[in-house]
Design a protein around this ligand. Structure first.
Ligand code: ADP
Ligand code: MG
Length: 619
C-alpha cells in the first residue's frame, strides 16, 4: 500500500504527467458531444472552487460555509461589467475577480476574529447575505428572474480579442486557467507564505511567536481564496449565459466544501479529485435520480471512516511544503537524506555562528520593570523586575502557579501588562502584538509545544525563518529564481540548526509521528531559526529523557555562545545548575531571590517556598 502510494505520488508529481493530462484534455472535446464538453467545463470550474476553499479551509484552517457568496460576486460582477458597462470579456472576468478579492479581504476583518463554530456561522451568514442581495436587488441583478443574455458560447455571443469563442474554445480557456491556478497554488503552498497559512491553522499564538502576523495572514488567505472563487464565478457567468439566485444557495457552498474535504484538503491533488468525482458522479447517478442524494449521503457518511484524509490521503503520500528543487539545490535529496553540502551554495546562507562571545557587563537586552499582571482578582505577576544580558542564561524558577509562564506571556506580547514595563533595547515594547515583538528579536517557546503536526521536523524548523524571508507572495507564486535561492539558503541553515539540536536523524519524519522529546527540541530549533536576540524557553526540559536533556543543554549553551540572552524556565534543578549564570526565583508572582545557584540553594526564603521539597525529592 505504501509502495503504491509512493508510486502514485511520484507519477502525479512528475511534470510529464501534467503535460499528458493537459494534452489529453485539450484534445478530448474534439471527439466529444456537447454535453460532455459542458460537463468538462464544469469540472474545471469546480476545480477552481474546490481549490479556493481548500486554500482558506484546508491550508489556513478557516472554515467557510459562504463560498457561494464569492462565486456569486465574481459571476454577477463580470456579467454586469460586460452587460451594463460594456467592458471587454477579459477585463470583466479580471474585474469580477478583483472585486471578489476585495470583498474577501473585507470579510476577513470580522471573520478573522472568530473561530470554528462561530466562523462557520459567520461565513454562512455572509453567503446568505449575498444570496438575499441577489434576490432582492432587482434593478441590478434581475432578482429572481435572473440575468440573461450574458455573452457566452451557449448563446454564440462570446468574442474575446475579436475571436468568436465556441464551447470547445471556452473549455480550453478554462483548462488553461485551471492549470495556471493550480501551478501558482502549488508554488505558493511550497513557499514561506503558504507555510505561514499552515502555521496559523496549527496555532495562531505559536505563529505569532515566530513573527507571523495572524490578522494579515488571514486577510491574505481570504482575499486569495475569494479571488479564485470569484474567477470561477466569472467563468461560470460566461459559460452558461444566464445567472439566477438558485445557483448561489448555501447548498452550493456546502457542495464546494464537500468536494474539497472528500477529495482531501491541505493538498493540491485532493480538491482536484473531489471536483472530478463530484461533477461526474451526479451525472452518472442520474439513472437513479430518486436515490441520487441517498448515494451522496452514504458516501459522505463512510468516506472518512475509510479514508481519514480524503481520497488523496488514501492514494498519495502526504504533501510536502518545501520546493523539491530547493531541497536538492541545498544538497538535500527530496527524500531528505543529506547529501554533500554544495560549498558555493552554503556561502549564500547566513552563517549560524555570530561574533559576540561572553559579554557579562554590557547593558541588558531585555528588562522587565515592576511588571504586574492580574487576572480578575488574581495577581499572577506582582511587581517583578529582571534583566536579561547578552551572552547570559537566566533561570526563572518557582513552584507551579508562581507566575513564570505569565511573565513570559507578557514579555512576548501574548498578554498586555496590567502595569509596569517590558523594555527591549531601551524601548518599552509592553502591550505590542506578539508577532511585532518577535519581529524585533524576542522569541519564545511554549510550555506545551505548538507546532504544525502535518509538517516534517524540517518544515517546522524552517517555519522559524519566516521573518527572514523577503520574497513577495507574487514572486513565490511565480517561483522566480530569487525565491529558490532564498529558500535554499534557509534550508542550509535549517540543516545546521537541526544538527545542533540533534534532529538530523528525524528531519524528514512527520512531527505527529514523533515522541514528545523531539517535539520540544523541534520547537527550540524553530525559535533558533528566527535568530532572536532574546530567547525565552518555557520549561523546555519537561518530559525529556536523559539523553535529550544533554542535547538541550548543548543547544542552550550554543545559543549563549552566540551572544544571545536566554531566559530558561525550569524545574529540573540539576539541569539548571549545570548551565545557568543567573537565577531569579518567583513565589506567588513575586521575586524572592536573585543571584547565583549556590546562593539560591542556601537562601532560607527559597528553601521554605520551594527548594526544601525539591531537595528532599532529589537526595
Ligand atoms: P507557572 O508558569 O509559574 O506555573 P503561571 O504563570 O502559568 O504559573 O500561572 C500563574 C497564575 O496565574 C496561576 O494561578 C494561574 O492559574 C494564573 N493564570 C495564568 N494564566 C491565566 C489566565 N489566562 N487567566 C486566568 N488566570 C491565569
Ligand atoms: Mg508555566
Amino acid at each position: 500500500m505504501n509502495a503504491l502510494r509512493q508510486t502514485v505520488s511520484t507519477v502525479l508529481g512528475h511534470p510529464a504527467t501534467s503535460l499528458v493530462v493537459l494534452l489529453a484534455l485539450w484534445f478530448w472535446p474534439a471527439s466529444a458531444d456537447r454535453g460532455t464538453v459542458q460537463l468538462l467545463s464544469f469540472v474545471m470550474l469546480n476545480i477552481l472552487l474546490a481549490q479556493s476553499i481548500n486554500l482558506l479551509t484546508g491550508v489556513a484552517g478557516q472554515i467557510s460555509l459562504g463560498h457561494a457568496g464569492f462565486f456569486a460576486i465574481g459571476a454577477y460582477g463580470s456579467a454586469l461589467l460586460v452587460k451594463s458597462a460594456g467592458a471587454p470579456v477579459i477585463a470583466a472576468i479580471l474585474g469580477g475577480t478583483v472585486i471578489t478579492a476585495a470583498v474577501g479581504w473585507l470579510l476577513a476583518v470580522p471573520a478573522g476574529r472568530v473561530k470554528e463554530f462561530y466562523l462557520a456561522m459567520m461565513t454562512s451568514g455572509f453567503g446568505l447575505l449575498c444570496f438575499e442581495i441577489i434576490k432582492e436587488w432587482n434593478d441590478v441583478t434581475g432578482g429572481v428572474m435572473g440575468l440573461s443574455g450574458i455573452a457566452s458560447p451557449t448563446l454564440k455571443s462570446l468574442t474575446i480579442l475579436g475571436l468568436k469563442i465556441d464551447a470547445i474554445d471556452y473549455f480550453r480557456i478554462l483548462l488553461v486557467a485551471a492549470a495556471v491556478v493550480l501551478w501558482l497554488l502549488r508554488n505558493f503552498i511550497q513557499s514561506h507564505h503558504g507555510r505561514a497559512f499552515f502555521a496559523i491553522q496549527a496555532s495562531e499564538i505559536a505563529a505569532g511567536s515566530i513573527g507571523i502576523d495572524q490578522a494579515q495572514t488571514k486577510r491574505r488567505a481570504y482575499a486569495i481564496s475569494a479571488a479564485i472563487a470569484g474567477l470561477a464565478g466569472a467563468f461560470y457567468a460566461h459559460l452558461v449565459g444566464y445567472l439566477g439566485p438558485d445557483s448561489f444557495t448555501i447548498m452550493r457552498s456546502v457542495e464546494v466544501l464537500v468536494m474539497a474535504v472528500v477529495g482531501g484538503i491541505g493538498t493540491i491533488v485532493g480538491p482536484v479529485l473531489g471536483a472530478v468525482l463530484f461533477t461526474f458522479l451526479p451525472s452518472k447517478l442520474q439513472a437513479f435520480a430518486a436515490y441520487q442524494f441517498m448515494v451522496y449521503g452514504l458516501i459522505l457518511m463512510v468516506v472518512f471512516l475509510l479514508f481519514r484524509k480524503g481520497f488523496a490521503g488514501a492514494i498519495t503520500e502526504p504533501a510536502r511544503f518545501i520546493q523539491p528543487r530547493a531541497l536538492r539545490a541545498a544538497g538535500l535529496t527530496a527524500a531528505g537524506v543529506p547529501a554533500r553540502i554544495d560549498a558555493s551554495a552554503a556561502q549564500t546562507a547566513e552563517p549560524v555562528a555570530a561574533t559576540a562571545g561572553h559579554q557579562t557587563d554590557t547593558a541588558p537586552l531585555l528588562e522587565v520593570r515592576d511588571l504586574v499582571r492580574r487576572f480578575a482578582g488574581l495577581v499572577a505577576v506582582d511587581g517583578v523586575s529582571l534583566a536579561l544580558h547578552p551572552g547570559r542564561i537566566t533561570a526563572l524558577i518557582g513552584p507551579n502557579g508562581s507566575g513564570k509562564s505569565t511573565l513570559v506571556n507578557v514579555a512576548s506580547g501574548i498578554y498586555t501588562p496590567s502595569s509596569g514595563q517590558v523594555v527591549f533595547r531601551g524601548k518599552d515594547i509592553g502591550g505590542q502584538a506578539n508577532h511585532a515583538i518577535a519581529a524585533q528579536g524576542v522569541v519564545r517557546t511554549f510550555q506545551d509545544p505548538r507546532l504544525v503536526p502535518s509538517f516534517t521536523v524540517r518544515e517546522n524548523v524552517l517555519l522559524g525563518a519566516h521573518l527572514r524571508y523577503r520574497s513577495s507572495m507574487i514572486a513565490s507564486a511565480l517561483r522566480l529564481p530569487g525565491v529558490m535561492r532564498e529558500e535554499q539558503a534557509h534550508l542550509i541553515r535549517t540543516t545546521e540548526v537541526m544538527e545542533v539540536a540533534g534532529l538530523s536523524g528525524v528531519a524528514d519524519q512527520l512531527l505527529e509521528s514523533l515522541p514528545y522529546g523531539y517535539r520540544r527540541l523541534t520547537e527550540v530549533a524553530r525559535a533558533m531559526m528566527a535568530d532572536p536576540d532574546v530567547l525565552m524557553l518555557d520549561e523546555p526540559a519537561a518530559g525529556l529523557s536523559e539523553g535529550e536533556l544533554g542535547r538541550l543543554a548543548e543547544v542552550i549553551r550554543y545559543i549563549k555562545s552566540q551572544g544571545k540572552s536566554v531566559l530558561l524556565i525550569e524545574h529540573h534543578m540539576d539541569f539548571v545548575n549545570d548551565i545557568v549564570d543567573d537565577v531569579v526565583v518567583l513565589d506567588s508572582g513575586r521575586v524572592i531571590y536573585r543571584g547565583d545557584m549556590s546562593g539560591m540553594r542556601r537562601d532560607p526564603a527559597v528553601i521554605e517556598a520551594y527548594l526544601g521539597i525539591q531537595q528532599v525529592a532529589h537526595d
